[in-house]
Write a protein that binds this ligand. Structure first.
Ligand code: GDP
Length: 295
């Protein structure tokens, strides 16, 4: 799983699911055309660890402060029951920090380094005929209430086209029948309605990652080389990498931020303030805050 947030434009993705070795680091390096520092993780981590790393990048002429959070060791433990908890806690902690800033008498939200998670890229293993129960449980815990989820099938070059098509259909139907709400590319704005509604039908994106430049014809392209040929990362007939990059970094980055603030954070804020004893009341729709009870 990869969680991301960003400032300036900040953008904060989280890469999740995915036992070690599913291709998270390679995908991040491919997406941002950079080499993120990465300590190799073992398959035997005792706990799930959230590793945030912040980088300053330039993407489509925009300076981007990007924090990538990898969920190291997720799915590697023998007992996977509580694997999702550290991820939920991490997401909540970032909301908590923002709320603390918002509640200060002298707040400085305009230059606050916002670490709230804007997107969770949930990596699904390509082998197998459906989602694992751990995937369903985790995505259910994370879904619309907490974070924007985009499911992706990793290492999609390792399965053939017809199996991949079947896997995509199966995953979507399992998500629907289990009530997991993934992020839908918004279709209200006319400017992006067509592309977004078409892209919604391609989910989950089946991606391939590689940072190797390979000569194809007289061009250097990112690809994975095999004895029988190459799988080109940016060739849309080979995989959905370009679709993922376009949707994430060009077309919908602003919406992902907005959804995080207006939907996920608002829900967190409301629950938290109610817990603290704040109330909105008043028959005349005038809202006021009740003071929290004195203990
Ligand atoms: P992580 O532990 O999830 O961060 O996984 P890595 O990115 O370190 O990748 C683990 C291994 O999978 C490496 O040998 C990569 O070269 C390989 N790998 C990464 N992405 C792909 C892919 O799209 N297809 C294939 N076939 N192998 C990949």
């Amino acid at each position: 799983m990869i969680l991301c947030h960003s400032t300036i434009s900040s953008f904060n993705p989280c890469l999740s699911k995915s036992e070690t070795g599913i291709g998270k680091s390679t995908m991040m390096n491919t997406l941002f055309n950079t080499m993120f520092e990465n300590e190799e993780a073992s398959h035997y981590e005792r706990d799930v660890q959230l590793r945030p790393e912040t980088y300053e990048l330039r993407e489509s002429n925009v300076n981007l402060k990007l924090t990538v959070v990898q969920t190291v060791g997720f799915g590697d433990q023998i007992n996977k029951e509580d694997s999702f908890k550290p991820i939920l806690d991490y997401i909540d902690t970032q909301f908590e920090k923002y709320l603390e800033e918002e509640l200060k008498i002298k707040r400085s939200l305009f230059n606050y380094h916002d670490t709230r998670i804007h997107i969770c890229l949930y990596f699904i293993a390509p082998n197998g005929h459906s989602l694992k129960s751990l995937d369903l449980v985790t995505m259910k815990k994370l879904d619309s209430k907490v974070v924007n989820i985009i499911p992706i099938i990793a290492k999609s070059d390792t399965v053939n086209r017809s199996e991949l098509d079947k896997l995509k259909i199966k995953i979507m139907s399992e998500l629907v029948s289990n009530g997991v709400q993934i992020y839908q590319f918004p279709t209200e704005d006319e400017a992006v309605a067509e592309i977004n509604s078409s892209m919604n039908t391609h989910l989950p994106f089946a991606v391939v990652g590689s940072v190797d430049d390979v000569k194809v014809g007289n061009k250097l392209v990112k690809a994975r080389m095999y004895p029988w040929g190459s799988v080109q990362v940016e060739n849309e007939s080979h995989c959905d990498f370009v679709k993922l990059r376009e949707m994430l970094l060009r077309v919908n980055m602003e919406d992902l931020r907005e959804q995080t603030h207006a939907r996920h954070y608002e829900l967190y804020r409301r629950c938290k303030l109610e817990e603290m004893g704040f109330k909105d009341t008043g028959p005349d729709s005038q809202s006021y805050f009740a003071l929290p009870p004195l203990i």
